[in-house]
Write a new protein. Structure first.
Length: 163
């Protein structure tokens, strides 16, 4: 066999082997009650809640609503699982109620920044899902909410420290 044919065959075998179900990571679909969801501890008006459910929760919560068919083609699922893992490490709306006031304040500030820059949801996801895109008004609304929450959390933790 020619060297090139060998290399091509090896690549094909690797691509086939990684399709085995054992190599597909577990889905991010927790069945647990969301007892620590952000709305349990903070003021999240209904319109804000709908926006974050729709545009953020697939990556920043313990439940991804829908896995596309191409999730089952490797290495797509590794790539998606890594995104969700990194996203939850930064910000998990399902665990937000467990954050210390300092951490919550920092996260609200980061949300405001991301919304002002319109950087979230990440680009690859926006390209694949038309319905998760936010309008300019929605970005503004989310940024204003995050700014207000940031100030409120700081105020509250200040008054706690003074007691
Ligand atoms: C498709 C997945 C995905 C969606 C949907 C998504 N994010 Fe993210 N987000 C990420 C990833 C991945 C990171 C980790 C940092 C990075 O890779 O940019 C992140 C990081 C963040 C951070 C931390 C950024 C920092 O300051 O370091 C914030 C805040 C954030 N996202 C807010 C949001 C908000 C708000 C929404 C909804 C409007 C949203 N994200 C939707 C994937 C996502």
């Amino acid at each position: 066999m020619k060297r090139r044919t060998k290399i091509i065959l090896t690549i094909i075998v690797i691509l086939l082997v990684i399709q085995l179900p054992v190599f597909t990571p577990a889905k991010n679909t927790s069945k647990a009650d969301p007892v620590n969801d952000i709305a349990k501890a903070y003021d999240v008006p209904m319109d804000i809640q709908m926006m974050v459910y729709n545009s953020c929760y697939d990556c920043h919560s313990n439940y991804t609503r829908e896995y596309p068919w191409y999730y089952h083609i490797q290495p797509v699922s590794w790539w998606m699982a890594l995104h969700i893992h990194n996203a939850k490490k930064e910000l998990n709306f399902s665990e937000f109620a467990t954050y210390s006031p300092e951490k919550a304040a920092k996260k609200f500030d980061e949300i405001r920044e991301q919304m002002e820059k319109k950087e979230m949801p990440i680009k690859s996801y926006r390209l694949m899902h038309d319905d998760v895109k936010l309008s300019d008004e929605e970005y503004e609304e989310l940024a204003a909410w995050a700014k207000k929450m940031h100030a409120e959390v700081l105020d509250k933790s200040d008054s706690l420290h003074q007691q």
